[in-house]
Design a protein around this ligand. Structure first.
Ligand code: TXA
Ligand code: MG
Length: 323
């Protein structure tokens, strides 16, 4: 399998062609790495599910290069959704919108809506643009990890997750470490007012400020809990057990802001200086725990109404099996 460093135009062109031919291309985004396929090719999309080991009725996010292509995939959009798209795309935000006929059931998990995102990572944008130039409509891409596991934030982590499942014509593009480090904010835009399904770097405060209304975070999908894997109670899990309270003992792992001292004999897995750095390093530090064969990781979750909300959401899900 090809693992490509840097991404000159010729590499991007080949990767876009691979997508057009029905192969899979893992690529960097500013949030986490995605496992991409042509969103109109049922067979290619089926391979995403196979490679991830993910239930086939879970919907996928379609990635497009610009707001100008939005009406290919979505229709009857509320005005606030257009405002959100104009303000925060390209960027770490996914909008759930009523679908057009282009968004087939194999993308939407049989739902009448579709998740759309315009990522800001230059490699992601270049790939999607080239794919569109070759006649493509959009790239379906979940995070490039096995189902229920920690999302990869660099090409090596994609390789570690999926090497055994990818084929010789599939590709992994290397675009360095993802800057944000946690997945996009998902906003449900199907009702008179929007609400957040999955918190991320575009926060409730930012959305409220833009739209002038209060925004709720409803991370539990009461109507249909199974169809949104990232919304399942347990997800984003390393092999190690994650504890959000309690005191670590010698041999355990520890993740906290730098201001917290490492208890004696405990392995410090991350000591970020602020919440942004916390998000950027979170998944890598959980992977490090597994690499070091640490069984228990104690975490002091960050405070705040910024990206801390997303970090706490993921930590809670990562910790569920230990409660
Ligand atoms: O940052 C991200 O969003 C990354 C990068 C690669 O773009 N992608 C990502 O995809 O996190 P995924 O599939 O790992 O997580 C997307 C979540 C899943 O829980 C999926 O079920 C949910 O979004 N989702 C996608 N389309 C949906 C829809 N139409 N309705 C409800 N939930 C949806
Ligand atoms: Mg995921």
């Amino acid at each position: 399998m090809a693992n490509i460093s840097n991404c000159p135009a010729s590499i991007i062109k080949d990767a876009a062609l691979a997508l057009k031919q029905g192969h899979l291309v893992a690529f960097p985004t500013e949030t986490v790495y995605g496992l991409g396929a042509d969103a109109t090719n049922e067979k290619a999309v089926a391979r995403i599910y196979e490679v991830k080991g993910r239930p086939t009725d879970h919907p996928l996010i379609v990635h497009i290069s610009s707001i100008n292509n939005l009406d290919k995939w979505a229709k009857d959009m509320p005005e606030y959704a257009i405002k959100l798209a104009r303000a925060f795309w390209p960027g770490p935000m996914t909008l759930i919108l009523p679908r057009t006929d282009l968004a087939k059931n194999f993308i939407t998990g049989d739902q009448n809506n579709v998740g759309i995102r315009v990522p800001s990572h230059t490699v992601a944008l270049a790939l999607i643009k080239e794919f569109e130039a070759q006649g493509g409509m959009g790239v379906a891409a979940p995070s490039a990890n096995r189902f229920g596991k920690v999302s990869p934030t660099c090409a090596d982590d994609v390789k570690a997750e999926l090497f055994n499942y990818l084929k010789s014509n599939d590709k992994i593009l290397d675009g360095g470490s993802s800057l944000v480090g946690v997945e996009s904010t998902i906003i449900n835009c199907l009702n008179a007012t929007p609400f957040i399904l999955r918190p991320g770097a575009i926060t409730a405060v930012m959305i409220s400020n833009l739209l002038g209304i209060k925004i709720e975070v409803v991370t539990k999908n009461h109507n249909d809990p199974i169809k949104s894997s990232g919304l399942l109670e347990s997800h984003y899990s390393p092999i190690a057990r994650v504890y959000l309270s309690g005191t670590p003992e010698p041999g355990d792992g520890f993740i906290a802001l730098r201001k917290f001292l490492t208890p004696m004999g405990v392995t410090r897995l991350a000591s970020p200086t602020n919440n942004e750095e916390y998000a950027k390093t979170l998944y890598q530090s959980l992977r490090l725990a597994d690499f070091k064969k640490i069984n228990k990781v104690f975490v002091i979750a960050p405070d705040g109404d910024d990206i801390a909300v997303a970090i706490c959401d993921r930590l809670k899900k990562a910790s569920i099996k230990s409660e």
